[in-house]
Design a protein around this ligand. Structure first.
Ligand SMILES: Cc1cc2nc3c(=O)[nH]c(=O)nc-3n(C[C@H](O)[C@H](O)[C@H](O)COP(=O)(O)OP(=O)(O)OC[C@H]3O[C@@H](n4cnc5c(N)ncnc54)[C@H](O)[C@@H]3O)c2cc1C
Length: 356
């Protein structure tokens, strides 16, 4: 294990913001993860696990602890004999997520095609149960292997033990900071049909429908990337709208009564989506945070210092050059206060904060 001091973190994040890590290790094996964890424990130093830095806002002062950058690579594959048509991919946590999605589409394996174009690592995907365009990793994950920083041992979780819900898992809730994910097993369906639930995708794939043929998984993944790019939600060099952490706020889940209040206050029927499974979601719907933000008076491109709402997507806060973390948080606070004042809804932040 090579220990580096005062390593700048901004280049490791999609925001491009933040000060240095007091200590930094790039771990390329499970042994190095265990070694780094032991070192942090012996020296009573806080440890933070870094993947692709695409859901992260690092403070301007940086982080006074050890940043463990997960660089494990490798993909193994096996057919499931007792379940014909199912294939398990065992993917090391440091693999690039979008490259993995591309491979599964080429292999004609369904289950994650709508999650194309999402930046970050495979190890980051179970943490907030990554989702987009009608799919979530929760439905495709078979197992998660991780190092337990409390017990100093490797453990494995079945998907049903991961506590998956909307942008939530045990890894970002009850067990936040406890595990270093080292491998995620994805169970996909060989020759399965693509999920085309969202209107954006249906419109873009209308040509296929006219021709009377099912789009291929690769075509759906390509369309998802195109739609994402049109919204500045695909990492493209030189595109200022993607210097972000993706959606900065979660879509609030509201009860019928709140929905009626939003309609009265805005004098419009709010758009809504199903709230997803879970007893706490019964009788509730998800309202797009982007719509609430616009109704609270913010337009795309709204700027505060060098931080701005993306010019193509109201839900993404972006770094327009030399933005500081403080500027991003000031913009977020202004938006949150306006939405709360107008609709009595407290927006919840999606990215993880480090060093605040
Ligand atoms: C342009 C853009 C578009 C996006 N679109 C979407 C979207 O459509 N849907 C969506 O859900 N997200 C989206 N995101 C957010 C982000 O890409 C995902 O949350 C991604 O899975 C984060 O992975 P990461 O490796 O970059 O994690 P990081 O940002 O490095 O870390 C995020 C959190 O996960 C933890 N973590 C990371 N790796 C591990 C590991 N191996 N073990 C334990 N903990 C770990 C970190 O400690 C931290 O708490 C988008 C981001 C951007 C910039």
């Amino acid at each position: 294990m090579i220990l580096i001091e005062n390593k700048p973190l901004a280049p490791f994040t999609t925001f491009g913001i933040g000060g240095p890590a007091r200590w930094f290790v790039e771990a390329v094996s499970e042994e190095e993860i265990a070694e780094a964890a032991a070192w942090a424990g012996e020296h009573s130093i806080a440890l933070f696990v870094l993947g692709g830095g695409s859901n992260l806002l690092v403070s301007d002062a940086g982080f006074n602890g050890l940043v463990l950058h997960v660089g494990l690579r490798g993909i193994a594959m096996e057919e499931v004999p007792e379940d014909a048509g199912q294939r398990i991919y065992q993917v090391a946590a440091g693999e690039d997520w979008d490259r993995f999605v591309e491979r599964t589409a080429q292999d004609n394996c369904a289950g994650v095609e709508c999650l194309a174009g999402i930046p970050g690592t495979v190890g980051g995907t179970p943490v907030q149960n990554v989702g987009a365009y009608g799919q979530e990793v929760a439905t495709a994950i078979d197992r998660v292997r991780a190092f337990d920083l409390q017990q100093h041992a490797f453990v494995e979780f079945a998907a049903s033990d991961c506590g998956f819900a909307y942008r939530r898992s045990r890894f970002n809730s009850i067990d936040r900071g406890r595990y270093v994910v080292t491998r995620v097993d994805y169970r996909l369906t060989l020759g399965g049909v693509p999920t085309v639930r969202y209107a954006d995708l249906q419109r873009a794939l209308a040509e296929n429908e006219k021709e009377g043929r099912e789009p291929s998984l690769a075509e759906v993944a390509a369309v998802v990337r195109r739609v994402r790019q049109s919204k500045g939600m695909l990492m493209i060099d030189g595109d200022p709208d993607c210097r972000s952490a993706g959606s900065f706020f979660k879509n609030p889940v509201v009860a019928e009564e709140q929905l009626r209040r939003i309609a009265v206050v805005s004098a419009k029927e709010p758009p809504r989506f199903p709230a997803g499974p879970g007893t706490e979601n019964q009788g509730c719907v998800k309202v797009p945070a982007a719509w609430l933000i616009e109704q609270a008076g913010f337009a795309k491109g709204y700027t505060l210092g060098a931080a701005a709402i993306s010019s193509r997507h109201t839900l993404a806060l972006t770094n327009r050059g030399a933005a500081t973390a403080s500027e991003v948080l000031a913009l977020a606070a202004e938006i949150t206060a306006a939405v709360e004042q107008r609709f009595a809804i407290q927006l919840e932040m999606e990215p993880v904060l480090l060093g605040f």
